[in-house]
Design a protein around this ligand. Structure first.
Ligand code: TYD
Ligand code: MG
Length: 460
C-alpha cells in the first residue's frame, strides 16, 4: 500500500508545508515544524475542512441585523461555584468551549468534577469523559467531594468518535461535557498518537463542532508543558472561546483560577480556592487568607497589596537580613523575581547610604503566591530595612509603591482599591506614593505619601 504523503505544519501558526523547514515562512518562528499524517479522506468522522463553527442545523444563513440579536441571561448556566462563575464572566455560556490548563496535580479534575456536581444539583445533565482515570478512581475522588446525583454521567473513553456516538443518543446527551484530558483522546481517522499535535488539533476541532452545533458547553482539560503553556499547537488557544489556567504552588493549598482569554467576559477576574481534604473550597476573602498567621511586631514583616486583575489581595512580604559568612553575600527570593531584589538592594545602598554588601538577604512572599508587580518594591525595601535595623513596623500599616533606580517612589495603578482593601481589613495607616494621594476619596485611614525611599527611613 502506498504510504500517505505526510504534511508538516507550524505548531505556532498552523502554516502547512510539504516539507520540513527550520523556520516558518508565515510566522517566522524557528523549530516549530511538526509532522502531521494526512487525514484519511472520506473517513466516517472525517473532520477536515475548517475548524470554525459550522452553522447549526436549522439556522438560516442570512445575515442578521446586529440590533436585532438578543442575548438573555438564560444563555448561561450558573455553575454554583461563585469563583468559577466570576472567572467565566458570570456563569457558563451555553455552547461554549473552555480550555482549562494547569500543572499536574494542581486540581483541574477536582475543580471540574465539583462543577459537575453543582450543575447536576440544578438539573443540568453532565457527561464527564476521562481518558486518564478509571471509573473507580473518579468515584473515589467524587466521594471526597460529596454526594452526587444521577445527572452526572461518567465515561472512561479515549476515542472521541465513541464519545460523539454517546452524545447522539438522547438518553445520554448532556448539556455540559467535560473531557479530561485533550492529550489522551484521539480520533480514529487521524493516524497519529494521542497527544500529538495533529490529534490535539483535530480533536479540538471536533469538540468545537460539538459545542457549536449541539449547543453543549464543553470543557477540555489540557496538560501544560514545562514552560507553563498548554501542550499542543498554539492554535488550540485560538480555537476555544475561553482559556483558563489553574495555578498555584503544589506545596501550598492556595489555588488561583485565571482567565487568559474569554470571549464572554473580562480576563481581569480571578477565582481563589483552597485545596482541602474534601475538595476545593472557595476563598471569599483572599486578603484574610493570605495574612492569616502573620506575626505581629516582628522585624522584617510588611503588609503589601497586589492586584490580581481587578481584585486587591493583601499579602505579607518578609525579609531576613543577616551578617554573611560567605565571601559573596547571598540573596534569595521566593515569590518575587530574584533580579528585582538585587536591583532594589543596590538602590538602597546607593540612595540611602546603607551598606548591605556584608549581609545576606532573603525575601519571601508568605502564602505561596508568585508576584510580578512593581508595586511591591516599596514593601520589599521596607521589609529589608526593617530586618536590617531590627525594628518592627506598625502591624496595621500597608505599604506599596514602585521604586525607580534613583530612589524615587512612583505611583501605581488602582491605588484607591488597594487602600480601600486595607481599610476593609481594619488597617489604620498606609505609606503610598505621593502621586497616588490625589486619587483617594472617602478614605478614613491615615495615608502618608512619599516621593523618595529616604522618607521611608522615618517610619522604620
Ligand atoms: P487533581 O484534580 O487530580 O489534579 P489534576 O487533575 O490537576 O492533575 O488533584 C490532585 C491533587 O489534589 C491530589 O494531589 C490530591 C489533592 N486532593 C485533595 O487534597 N483534596 C481532595 O478533596 C481531592 C479530591 C484531591
Ligand atoms: Mg486530572
Amino acid at each position: 500500500m502506498a504510504k500517505d504523503r505526510e504534511v508538516f505544519f507550524c505548531k505556532e501558526c498552523g502554516h502547512e508545508s510539504a516539507k520540513w523547514m527550520g523556520q516558518c515562512p508565515a510566522c517566522g518562528e524557528w523549530n516549530t515544524f511538526s509532522e502531521a499524517p494526512k487525514v484519511i479522506k472520506g473517513g466516517k468522522h472525517s473532520s477536515r475542512g475548517g475548524v470554525g463553527p459550522k452553522t447549526p442545523v436549522g439556522v438560516s444563513k442570512k445575515p442578521s441585523k446586529i440590533t436585532e440579536i438578543s442575548i438573555d441571561s438564560e444563555d448561561r448556566y450558573i455553575t454554583g461555584i461563585g469563583e468559577l462563575d466570576r472567572v467565566l464572566g458570570g456563569g457558563l455560556v451555553k455552547g461554549s468551549l473552555t480550555l482549562v490548563g494547569g500543572d499536574p496535580g494542581i486540581g483541574k479534575s477536582t475543580l471540574l468534577l465539583q462543577m459537575c456536581r453543582e450543575l447536576a444539583e440544578s438539573k443540568v445533565k453532565v457527561l464527564y469523559v476521562s481518558g486518564e482515570e478509571s471509573l473507580k478512581q473518579i468515584k473515589m475522588r467524587a466521594d471526597r467531594i460529596g454526594e452526587f446525583n444521577s445527572n452526572v454521567l461518567l465515561l472512561c473513553e479515549t476515542c472521541l468518535d465513541s464519545v460523539e456516538e454517546i452524545i447522539d443518543i438522547p438518553a445520554t446527551s448532556p448539556d455540559v461535557l467535560v473531557i479530561d484530558s485533550i492529550q489522551t483522546i484521539y480520533k480514529e481517522d487521524i493516524d497519529a498518537a494521542p497527544g500529538s499535535v495533529s490529534q490535539v488539533r483535530e480533536c479540538t476541532a471536533s469538540v468545537l463542532r460539538i459545542a457549536k452545533q449541539l449547543g453543549i458547553s464543553v470543557f477540555i482539560i489540557g496538560h501544560v508543558t514545562k514552560e507553563g503553556v498548554v501542550a499542543g499547537p498554539r492554535m488550540l488557544e485560538h480555537m476555544v472561546d475561553t482559556v483558563l489556567y489553574f495555578e498555584g504552588d503544589s506545596t501550598s493549598a492556595y489555588r488561583m483560577l485565571r482567565a487568559v482569554k474569554n470571549r464572554f467576559g473580562s480576563t481581569n477576574e480571578i477565582g481563589v480556592f483552597e485545596m482541602k481534604g474534601d475538595g476545593l473550597k472557595e476563598v471569599l476573602n483572599p486578603s484574610e487568607y493570605m495574612l492569616q498567621g502573620r506575626p505581629e511586631n516582628e522585624a522584617g514583616s510588611i503588609v503589601a497589596c497586589t492586584m490580581e486583575g481587578t481584585r486587591p489581595i493583601m499579602i505579607e512580604v518578609q525579609a531576613l537580613v543577616s551578617q554573611t559568612n560567605f565571601n559573596y553575600p547571598r540573596r534569595t527570593s521566593v515569590g518575587v523575581d530574584y533580579n528585582r531584589i538585587t536591583l532594589l538592594m543596590a538602590v538602597i545602598e546607593k540612595r540611602m547610604g546603607i551598606h548591605l554588601s556584608d549581609y545576606d538577604a532573603y525575601v519571601n512572599v508568605a502564602g505561596g503566591m508568585k508576584i510580578n508587580e512593581p508595586s511591591l518594591d516599596l514593601a520589599i525595601i521596607a521589609a529589608i530595612l526593617s530586618s536590617y535595623r531590627n525594628r518592627a513596623v506598625d502591624p496595621h500599616m500597608l505599604i506599596f509603591g514602585e521604586v525607580g533606580l534613583v530612589g524615587e517612589v512612583r505611583g501605581v495603578g488602582m491605588a484607591a482599591k488597594r487602600v480601600a482593601e486595607a481599610e476593609k481589613m481594619g488597617y489604620t495607616s498606609c505609606i503610598i506614593p505621593k502621586a497616588n494621594l490625589t486619587q483617594l476619596e472617602n478614605i478614613s485611614i491615615k495615608c502618608i505619601g512619599i516621593q523618595n525611599i529616604r522618607e521611608l527611613g522615618e517610619y522604620i
